[in-house]
Design a protein around this ligand. Structure first.
Ligand code: PGA
Length: 245
């Protein structure tokens, strides 16, 4: 694993966008695995700047997102499709037909998950997967468990995740309790993985996930077994990992 310590959130976001931008320049037909959450927001803003200043061309890029809430339509402001469109897709020249997320409106979970695995397979596979990390070590919506999921599945969100995400909804009741998420096997199949972490509230989980035992109780810990992982974190997120710097 490669660890890159940055000064702060802005610095993390610039460096992350530079890494993703390099991927786009080196392979203009890249399949990007994308993530939602607060952490990548400014990374996306920097990618938009890269497009605006002529450095980055998304016209041949495909994207696959980690997850989507079950039950939310694309025009729901809390859906992850809406998030991606708002922060990235509508600002760059990516072909909307090549931006994939699980279909949150598909009530048949088996169908939604199988369709999504097929869509990812049809892209040819993810070149670079961007990830955030939850306070409980989740990646995508792979919540702490006694096993690792192989493929895209319908997950019951952890209580702590529902509470963490409540900030975006009017009330606890409004937060979806299920989501469709890539499985750990789907995520691990990416050629390269880029994890972002910012803030002191991520310091404990960064240490546990990447310096502790590999266990499904901390799903991100499996990334220790991936051959090409880069973690870009700010000083606060790496506060408990000082021995490596
Ligand atoms: P955050 O979410 O970027 O909003 O902290 C990360 C996650 O839950 O995966």
């Amino acid at each position: 694993m490669r660890f890159i310590k940055t000064k702060d959130y802005e610095d993390m976001s610039r460096k992350a966008a530079n890494i993703i931008g390099a991927q786009i320049i080196l392979k203009p037909t890249s399949v990007l695995g994308l993530a939602t959450g607060s952490t990548p927001v400014t990374t996306y803003a920097n990618l938009v700047k890269g497009y605006q200043n002529g450095d980055l061309d998304f016209s041949r890029i495909s994207s696959v997102n980690l997850d989507e809430y079950k039950g939310l339509t694309r025009d729901n402001e809390q859906s992850y499709y809406y998030f991606m469109n708002h922060h990235l897709f509508k600002h760059v020249n990516i072909d909307p037909a090549k931006t994939y997320l699980p279909d949150g409106t598909e009530p048949d979970a088996n169908k939604a998950c199988q369709d999504y695995e097929e869509a990812i397979f049809a892209t040819g596979g993810v070149d670079l997967q961007l990830l955030g990390i939850g306070h409980n070590g989740h990646i995508g919506f792979n919540e702490p468990s006694d096993n690792f999921a192989d493929k895209t599945f319908c997950v019951d969100l952890a209580e702590s995740t529902i509470k963490a995400n409540q900030r975006f909804f009017a009330s606890y009741e409004d937060v979806p309790k299920q989501a469709y998420t890539m499985g750990i096997g789907t995520i691990m199949a990416a050629s390269k993985i880029l994890i972002l972490a910012s803030g002191k509230d991520k310091a404990a989980i960064i240490k546990e996930a990447f310096f502790g035992p590999v266990t499904p109780a901390v799903q991100a810990s499996i990334l220790q077994f991936h051959p090409n992982v880069t973690i870009v974190g700010d000083e606060a997120a790496f506060a408990e990992c000082e021995e490596i710097f």
